[in-house]
Design a protein around this ligand. Structure first.
Ligand code: NDP
Length: 478
């Protein structure tokens, strides 16, 4: 079986240990062995990135554009193969895996163009005979720490803008999903970048991630993951004045008003809360439903949920793949117990099921009779579990939607222009969705949230320049 090494200073380097990557649809299936780096190897990767940074920072934007475009083209050309690999290691279905890979390819192509679109400003000075210019420069060495639930799209939306704007990169993927990260690194490694500009170091967060946080040569950290780890990352980065961008969890509301189109609302709930096994930061795990539509909505959603096929991620016809691993499954099951103990009613699902192969199969669970104070309504479960919270009116629904420590994505289903417009303005979230699921976003516009969901500037689109560049104001006497 192939051993997959780390990529340091333009060379493939063996790690200090190797770890099997297990398929969550079939625990007997070992996808490959992936080398873990130790702190000294991370140190080498950072040194390589630091050495490459000055000349890469002033490189011709066309050469950066060409390299990123090559990466994007290869990802798109191999989307079926890479999508299958992603589904096999993470557990989202094959079509979902292919969709995520296609998105990663599109992101690299978008940032290839952004290399040529970075703007500055030239202003009149308030003093005679002086020119003022505002320009953007790369930040330097960027440490990228990614979660497991989008094994290629999230690395892509961090690595592509970092490279586009002239930064060098040390990338640490999540331990659970090294295969997609390694495949991406292998493509980037052949794209014609100078040695050291891009480095891959696989391994544990406490070792590899921590080494990135601690090293003063890492100028900026872009992190996506849980709120608990995000808080630690923020403290470490701010403690040594590194630039930091943190994307964390969500407990995203989907409001269904009495006047909603029932089919649209059920589709939004089903897609937003349960697809990708509910393992999305944008999952609508709180369904806030008007009393006038409540019973019809619950009946229709329950029927759809009961008909979903939970099975091997690679099988044709599977709607919902397995949960990513035993730890996450235990967390999902624990919250289902907590929900019951809190007095919520389990309307459907929440059962462990057996399939042809040993995997982490859980049927999607819907709780009704929930209050917004219950733990299942307040804490991110990160599995196929959602709760229905009844609302008396639009105003009540909006209050419930905003009453959460998180603020990533917030949705509403309604046919009222007045309520849709008001909701877009007053939802306390970074992204608002009207009559479309809370999960599922475009790649060329900003992504991120408020409150406990995000810290720092936005990711994606041209807004990513805010994080991956630093502003310089120059004055010149004529
Ligand atoms: P974790 O916080 O467990 O891990 C995220 C990354 O941080 C992993 O690479 C992990 O490494 C690493 N890490 C862990 N400990 C440290 C440390 N001490 N120092 C530095 N790095 C460390 O999150 P998950 O991977 O479980 O991802 C799920 C979470 O991500 C959910 O909360 C989800 O909502 C959130 N998320 C947010 C998104 C957003 O844009 N807002 C998008 C997608 C997910 P290792 O894997 O080795 O432990």
């Amino acid at each position: 079986m192939q051993h997959h090494k780390n990529f340091i200073g333009g060379e493939w380097a063996a790690g200090t240990s190797d770890v099997p990557n297990i398929n969550p649809s079939n625990m007997l299936d070992v996808i490959g062995h992936y080398d873990h780096a130790d702190a000294s190897q991370v140190e080498r990767a950072i040194a390589a990135a630091a050495q490459a940074a000055p000349s890469w920072a002033v490189s011709n934007p066309q050469s950066r554009a060409d390299a990123l475009d090559r990466v994007g083209s290869e990802i798109l050309a191999r989307k079926e193969e890479l999508g299958e690999l992603l589904a096999r290691e993470e557990g989202k279905t094959r079509p979902e895996g292919i969709g995520e890979v296609a998105r990663a390819g599109a992101i690299f192509k978008f940032y290839a163009q952004e290399c040529l679109r970075l703007r500055g400003d030239k202003l009149a000075s308030v003093r005679p005979g002086i020119d003022v210019e505002v320009t953007r420069e790369p930040v330097g060495v960027v440490g990228i720490i990614a979660p497991w639930n989008f094994p290629i799209a999230i690395p892509a939306w961090k690595i592509a803008p970092a490279l586009a704007f002239g930064n060098s990169v040390v990338f640490k993927p999540a331990e659970l999903v090294p295969a997609s990260a390694w495949a991406l690194a292998e493509i980037i490694g052949r794209a014609g970048l100078p040695s050291g500009v891009f480095n891959l170091v696989m391994g544990r967060g406490a070792v590899v991630g921590q080494a990135l946080l601690d090293d003063p040569r890492v100028d900026a950290i872009s992190f996506t993951g849980s709120t608990a780890t995000g808080a630690k990352v923020a403290q470490a980065a701010i403690g040594r004045m590194a630039k930091v961008q943190i994307e964390m969890g969500g407990k995203n509301p989907l409001v269904v008003l009495d006047d909603a189109d029932l089919d649209v609302a059920v589709h939004c709930a089903l897609q937003g809360a349960f697809f990708s096994t509910g393992q999305r930061c944008t999952a609508s795990s709180r369904l806030i439903v008007g009393k006038g539509i409540h019973s019809r909505f619950v009946a229709a959603l329950t029927e759809k949920l009961a008909a979903l096929r939970v099975d091997d991620a690679l099988k044709a016809g599977t709607d919902i793949g397995p949960v990513v691993d035993q730890l996450q499954l235990d967390q999902d099951i624990d919250y289902i117990r907590i929900g019951r103990e809190e007095g919520a009613r389990l309307a459907v699902g929440g059962q462990l099921v057996k399939r042809d192969t040993p995997g982490f199969y859980l049927t999607p669970a819907l709780f009704t009779d929930c209050s917004n104070e219950m733990r299942i309504s307040r804490e991110e479960i990160f599995g196929p579990v959602a709760c229905v919270i009844p609302a008396d009116s639009y105003e009540h629904a909006l209050d419930l939607a905003n009453d959460t420590p998180f603020g990533l994505s917030s949705g509403i289903c309604t046919q009222s222009l007045k309520h849709a417009t008001h909701y877009k303005r007053h939802a306390q979230a970074g992204m608002v969705m009207v009559n479309t699921p809370t999960a599922g976003v475009d790649y060329h516009v900003p992504f991120g949230g408020r409150k406990g969901s995000s810290y720092g500037s936005r990711e994606q689109g041209s807004y990513a320049a805010e994080f991956f560049t630093t502003v310089k104001t120059s004055y010149c006497a004529a």
